[in-house]
Write a protein that binds this ligand. Structure first.
Ligand code: ZN
Length: 270
């Protein structure tokens, strides 16, 4: 499923083709996504797109009179194509902007295309979201405060979008390896110094993934149709039974909160 790096790669890929352009037509071929595509979207022709922001894994297309909120769900992807390109299977939604169009492909239909004319941050889906991991607000003190009194495993805490947005399973495993923290460590046990290491590792992991164009698992392709390459750089994720790139110890797989967790038992001791 697309995680924060894939969504940010998408944002960077589509924004130059959209910003400042007029929406000339909207095509909804299948409205039944995770939630039905908002009816207001049909009336967007004649509106201008000013920019594309991201909040967590939501893309926010800022238009004249409100914001189009797009979520890629489990298998969604967005591409910019020449106007008139015939739609293929699973290509449910187009925003046509003169000579080009933004097309949503979503085979599993867990994505969403929603509309708000209020501040998008106050939309019910976005209002409860935690801190952005790549922002200045995500720092050692913030993570330290978030972990106080929490008996939950640190991996589950950093994956909780009400506390920190967009750190999914892959990037949580990789970040904890980067910080040499065992994924089952109780959150409350982390010192401020360990929080600083983990914050740095989360930012570094996400930035490296964005630079690599994200991870192409299942259906993710970048907005230019090319795959991302970060999956070839995993150090522990999906590498059970293989050697840790730092010490050669065999990488282990466990299950935490129904999600697979990968770690090096030597580099990441409890
Ligand atoms: Zn190791």
């Amino acid at each position: 499923m697309p995680e924060l790096p894939e969504v940010e790669v998408t944002r960077r890929g589509i924004e130059p083709s959209l910003a400042g352009r007029l929406i000339t037509q909207v095509a909804v071929r299948e409205a039944r996504l995770r939630w039905p595509i908002a009816g207001a979207v049909g009336a967007l022709a004649g509106h201008r797109v000013h920019g594309v922001r991201r909040r967590g894994k939501y893309l926010l297309l800022e238009c004249d009179s409100g914001t189009l909120i797009i979520h890629l769900g489990m298998s969604g992807s967005l591409r910019v194509l020449p106007a008139g390109t015939p739609p293929g299977k699973h290509e449910h939604f187009d925003l046509v902007l003169g000579d080009r169009l933004l097309r949503l492909r979503d085979p599993r239909r867990f994505g969403a295309v929603l509309w708000t004319d209020a501040a998008p941050e106050s939309h019910p889906l976005l209002a409860g979201l935690g801190v952005e991991p790549l922002s200045r607000e995500f720092n050692a003190r913030r993570l330290y405060a978030l972990t106080r009194g929490k008996r939950v495993a640190i991996k589950q805490l950093i994956m909780d979008s009400r506390r920190i947005v967009g750190v999914g399973n892959i990037y949580a495993s990789e970040s904890l390896f980067g910080a040499r923290i065992h994924p089952a460590t109780r959150a409350a046990r982390l010192s401020l110094a360990r929080c600083a290491q983990l914050v740095a590792a989360v930012k570094q992991t996400l930035r490296a993934a964005i630079r690599a164009g994200g991870s192409s698992l299942r259906d993710f392709v970048r907005s230019d149709g090319r795959p991302g390459y970060f999956q070839y750089r995993y150090k522990v994720y999906a590498r059970a039974g293989r050697a840790c790139p730092l010490c050669g110890t065999t990488v282990r797989r466990t299950v935490q909160g129904q999600r697979a967790t990968y770690f090096c038992p030597n580099c990441q001791r409890r």
